[in-house]
Design a protein around this ligand. Structure first.
Ligand code: SF4
Ligand code: SF4
Length: 570
C-alpha cells in the first residue's frame, strides 16, 4: 500500500469557511503561578482525590485516582505544594465550578522518574492499563478515556483512523503536532494498532495543511510500515467530524445511534497518539498538551505546550495579552466552541484552543426572526438531517418527535445556524432538547432502580418471614418429638422413674411426698380414697372422706384442696 492517498468528498452539506491557521512552532508555556487541576477532566465519573492540603507533590504524581470504569486519574504537572482543594470555576458552557486541586509550584519542576517499557511486547490488557493509569483521554475535545476506545471487546476492528482533519477555522494545535512530532504520532499508532489488533491505519489530514501532510508522509516512508497511509481529504467544514471523516476515508457510514466500532473502526486524535506513546513507552502521565492561543483579539497568537491546570489568564499574558478589553474568550473553535466565564478557568485535557474574538468579530446579536422555510439549513447539514423540523419540535418541547427526526445524529456542527437567514440559534434548541431527553432518561432510570429496590425489599421481607415461620414449625416439631420420646422412655422405665423427669409426674410425686409427711410416714396410698375405695367396707373409710370424693387428681395437690368440700383431706 502507498504511504499517501487522496480522498474525495463523501458527505452531504458542509461549509467552506475562511481559515486562519497558524504556522507558528510549538513553544513551552512558562511555569504558572498556580495550577488549578479539576478532578473531572474526562467524560465519566470524576476522579477521587488522593492528596491533602499542605502535601508536597512531584510532577507526574497522581492527584486523584479513577473512580468507576469510565474514569481516569489526574496528575500534577509540576512539583509544588497543595494549597487548596475546593470548587473553582472550570471551563464549561454553564460556567459552573467543580472540585479542583490547587498547587503552588516550588519552581524546581521535579518530575517523578519515567518508567519505560516496550509497548509492542506487552499484551493488550497491560497496554490499556498503562494508558489508563497515565490518565490518557481523547485530546480532540471529547475527553473520552482512551483505554476504553482501545478495548473493542468482542468486536473486530480492522481500521484505526487518526483524525488530523482539524476543520475549525482557528485551531492549529494538531497541525503543529503533526508537523513537529510525526514520529511520535506513528509510535503511538503502532501501539494502538497492537492494542486493537487492527490491520491498517488511515491518517486523514485536510489538504490545507501541506506541512503536516509532508511531515507525516516522510515519517511513514522512513519507517516503512505498510499498514499506515496518510490520506489527504478535501477541506470542507466539518470534515473533522468523526462520522464525516470516516465516511470520506473508508466510504463506510456509521449507523444512526451507532459508533465507529459498529463498522470495525476506531478513531483517535493525533495528540492522543502521542500521549499513548508517552504513557506506554516512557511511562509518563498526561500532564501537558498543546493549546492554540489565537484570534484577532490576542496580540501574538501562538501554539503553546501547556501544563494542564494552567489558568487561561497566564496563557493570554504569554501570548502578548488582549488587544481589546471587550474581547470574548472562547474555548475551542468559532463553530463548536463555547464562551468562557472568565480568564481564571484552567486549561484541561480537552482544551485545544483559546480563541479571543473582538466584538466586531462576533455575529451581530440580532434577535431571531421567524423561520421562512427556505431550506438552507437542510442543504448545509452534513449529517443529512432536517434542521428546520428539529427546530420546530424542539421549540414545541415535542422531544419524542425530535428523536423521530434523529436528533442524536446531530453533531452540533453549527452549519445550519450559520446559514440561517433568520438568525435562529438552531443548535441551542438541539442542545436543550438533548439535555431534556437525557434528564428524562436519568429520571426514568432512577425510578426503575427505586422500583427494583422496593420489589427486592418486599421479596426479602417475605422470604425472611417464611424462614422464621419454618424455623418456628421446626422447633415445635422438635419439642413434640422430644416429649414423645421422653414419654415413651418413661413408659418403658416405669412410672416413678419417669415421674422424676416429667414436671407433671414430679408434681404428683411431690404431692405424694407431702401426703406421706402429714400422715406420719404412712403410705400415701392408704389415704387415697379413690385407690382404697374398692377394697374397703363403707365403715372402714375415713370419716371425713366423701365416698365419691376424688383422691389426688392428676391436676395436682391444689386441685385436690379446691375440690375437697372440707378443705382438708385429712
Ligand atoms: S435556514 Fe432558518 S429560516 Fe431557513 S428553513 Fe432553516 S430554520 Fe428556517
Ligand atoms: S448542527 Fe446538527 S442539524 Fe445543524 S447542520 Fe450540524 S448536524 Fe445538521
Amino acid at each position: 500500500m502507498s504511504v499517501h492517498a487522496q480522498a474525495q468528498f463523501r458527505f452531504p452539506g458542509g461549509l467552506a469557511l475562511d481559515y486562519h491557521k497558524l504556522s507558528a512552532p510549538i513553544q513551552d508555556a512558562a511555569l504558572p503561578q498556580q495550577l488549578v487541576v479539576p478532578l473531572s477532566q474526562h467524560i465519566g465519573q470524576p476522579a477521587k482525590c488522593l492528596v491533602s492540603i499542605g502535601e508536597h507533590v512531584l510532577g507526574g504524581q497522581p492527584l486523584a485516582a479513577a473512580e468507576g470504569y469510565v474514569s481516569t486519574p489526574v496528575h500534577a504537572a509540576t512539583s509544588g505544594t497543595v494549597v487548596a482543594i475546593e470548587p473553582r470555576p472550570v471551563p464549561h458552557p454553564s460556567g459552573l465550578s467543580a472540585p479542583c486541586v490547587v498547587i503552588e509550584p516550588d519552581g524546581q519542576d521535579t518530575q517523578q522518574p519515567d518508567t519505560p517499557a516496550d509497548g509492542l511486547a506487552m499484551d493488550a490488557t497491560a497496554l490499556r492499563n498503562r494508558i489508563r493509569q497515565a490518565g490518557v483521554v481523547g485530546l480532540g475535545g471529547a475527553a473520552f478515556p482512551s483505554f476504553i476506545k482501545l478495548n473493542p471487546g468482542s468486536s473486530v476492528v480492522d481500521t484505526l483512523v487518526i483524525n488530523g482533519a482539524e476543520c475549525e477555522p482557528y485551531i492549529s494545535c494538531d497541525q503543529a503536532l503533526m508537523r513537529e512530532r510525526a514520529d511520535d504520532i506513528l509510535n503511538g499508532v503502532q501501539i494502538m494498532l497492537h492494542a486493537l489488533d487492527a490491520q491498517r491505519c488511515l491518517i486523514g489530514v485536510e489538504d490545507n495543511k501541506p506541512d503536516a501532510i509532508d511531515a507525516l508522509i516522510d515519517a511513514v516512508s522512513r519507517r516503512g510500515d505498510e499498514r499506515v497511509t496518510v490520506v489527504t481529504v478535501p477541506t470542507r467544514y466539518p470534515q473533522g467530524g468523526e462520522k464525516q471523516l470516516i465516511q470520506t476515508l473508508t466510504g463506510r457510514e456509521i449507523p444512526s445511534h451507532g459508533l465507529p466500532l459498529d463498522i470495525g473502526i476506531v478513531c483517535h486524535n493525533p495528540g492522543t497518539a502521542v500521549a499513548v506513546w508517552e504513557a506506554v513507552t516512557l511511562g509518563r502521565a498526561l500532564t501537558h498538551r498543546v493549546v492554540t492561543v489565537t484570534g484577532p483579539g490576542i496580540a501574538n497568537p501562538c501554539n503553546l505546550r501547556v501544563r494542564i491546570g494552567t489558568p487561561v489568564r497566564e496563557l493570554l499574558a504569554q501570548a502578548g495579552g488582549l488587544v481589546d478589553p471587550d474581547v470574548r474568550l472562547i474555548m475551542g473553535g468559532p463553530m463548536m466552541g463555547f464562551a468562557l466565564s472568565g480568564a481564571d478557568v484552567p486549561v484541561v485535557k480537552a482544551t485545544n484552543c483559546i480563541l479571543a474574538l473582538r466584538p466586531q468579530d462576533l455575529r451581530p446579536d440580532t434577535p431571531a426572526m421567524p423561520c421562512i422555510r427556505c431550506g438552507a439549513c437542510a442543504d448545509a447539514c452534513p449529517a443529512g438531517l432536517l434542521p428546520q423540523q428539529l427546530y420546530w419540535h424542539a421549540r414545541a418541547q415535542e422531544f419524542d418527535k425530535t428523536q423521530d427526526y434523529k436528533l442524536f445524529d446531530c453533531i452540533e456542527c453549527g452549519c445550519c445556524a450559520q446559514v440561517c437567514p433568520s438568525q435562529i440559534p438552531l443548535v441551542q434548541y438541539y442542545r436543550h432538547a438533548k439535555t431534556e431527553i437525557w434528564a428524562e432518561e436519568r429520571a426514568q432510570r432512577k425510578a426503575d432502580v427505586a422500583r427494583q429496590r422496593h420489589e427486592a425489599r418486599q421479596a426479602r421481607l417475605e422470604r425472611e418471614e417464611a424462614e422464621k415461620k419454618a424455623a418456628r414449625e421446626a422447633k415445635k416439631a422438635a419439642l413434640r418429638a422430644k416429649a414423645e420420646k421422653k414419654a415413651a422412655a418413661a413408659q418403658a422405665a416405669g412410672g416413678e422413674t419417669a415421674a422424676t423427669d416429667d414436671p407433671v409426674a414430679a408434681a404428683i410425686a411431690r404431692a405424694k411426698a407431702k401426703s406421706r409427711d402429714k400422715t406420719g410416714g404412712a403410705p400415701a396410698a392408704a389415704a387415697k380414697p379413690a385407690a382404697t375405695k374398692p377394697d374397703l367396707p363403707p365403715e372402714a373409710g375415713p370419716k371425713t372422706s366423701q365416698p365419691d370424693s376424688p383422691g389426688p387428681s392428676d391436676n395436682g395437690p391444689g386441685t385436690d384442696r379446691r375440690e375437697s368440700p372440707s378443705g382438708d383431706a385429712t
